[in-house]
Design a protein around this ligand. Structure first.
Ligand code: SIN
Length: 288
């Protein structure tokens, strides 16, 4: 039977209905899933009560998995292929490192020389309301720009920095950001990337971008702000309201995403992500 798909929004995304990821997936069914992933940018699978091992095994069908060496403090202690995105405190009562993960618009691992091709995020515990995630279609955003703007930005590289600026106001956040910056020197990435499988061009920016290479931050900022605002206009965005045991896979080469802090932080939000490795991109910049 062909895959049952239901569109999630006008801009991007589809829900794959009637699939149980605990059951073995034939090559041909996975081929359809992969094609839907390329066509829709993100796929949602609901009610998937799968184990961590099954999450990892399904993710490997998309490609080799990152071991999260660029974010060691957020790795699952027993499964390096899983990155924790959780506000559950550590056993000693201290706050989780990853409670603010993803609170900026970004594409995963854009701050490394091998940005991710895709990510699979599974929700284990979600707050009563909120804790949503926004996804933006960067192909549509690029295609909606005028020809003049497309030509202007096509030779540019943007410098991506690791760390989450929104947590830097706390002392522990500053220490964490500093550790991440030591592990991950600034990387210049093309502002327009060509998707290696679909051949379509997409904007590649986000809020981890500091400036354009060969330009100062004050010179770069107005255009970066304009492009980020443009790309995250409602017509390019899908907002996901999580239920426990959702799995979302997204294509980091043509989408970006942002976790919203729109929930009661005394309630638990615990998700785990695998990160599929992409191909080398960009170049290291001496210092920032
Ligand atoms: C992420 O950026 O990988 C996490 C997104 C989320 O927590 O919704």
């Amino acid at each position: 039977m062909p895959l049952q798909l239901r569109k999630l929004s006008h801009a991007l995304g589809a829900q794959v209905c009637d699939i149980d990821l605990k059951a073995p997936l034939t090559e041909s069914t996975f081929g359809e899933i992969y094609q839907a992933f390329l066509d829709h940018g993100i796929l949602l699978f609901r009610d998937q009560c799968i184990s961590r091992e099954e999450h990892i095994a399904f993710s490997r069908r998309f490609g080799p998995l990152d071991q999260h060496d660029s974010l060691p403090q957020d790795r699952h202690p027993d499964f390096p292929e899983l990155l924790l995105v959780t506000n559950e405190p550590h056993a000693d009562g201290s706050a989780s490192n990853s409670r603010y993960t993803g609170r900026q618009w970004h594409s995963d691992l854009s701050f490394t020389p091998i940005p991710s091709m895709g990510s699979l995020l599974k929700s284990w515990i979600v707050p009563e309301v909120g804790g949503d995630t926004l996804f933006a279609n960067m192909t549509l955003a690029y295609e909606a720009l005028s020809l003049g703007m497309q030509q202007l930005i096509s030779p540019l590289h943007a410098i991506h920095l690791s760390g989450t600026r929104k947590i830097n106001h706390t002392a522990s956040g500053e220490v964490r950001a500093e550790q991440q910056r030591r592990l991950n020197p600034p990387i210049a990435q093309p502002v327009v990337r060509i998707h290696p499988e679909t051949g379509r061009k997409a904007l590649y920016l986000g809020e981890k971008v500091r400036r354009f290479d060969q330009m100062t931050a004050p010179e770069s900022q107005p255009l970066i702000d304009y492009l980020n605002r443009h790309a995250t206009r409602p017509e390019f965005v899908y907002r996901h309201q999580w239920q426990a045991h959702d799995i979302i896979v997204w294509d980091n080469r043509c989408t970006m995403h942002q976790a919203l802090g729109d929930f009661d932080e005394t309630q638990r939000r615990h998700l785990e992500r695998t990160t599929v490795m992409g191909t080398p991109s960009g170049y290291v910049v001496a210092s920032e």
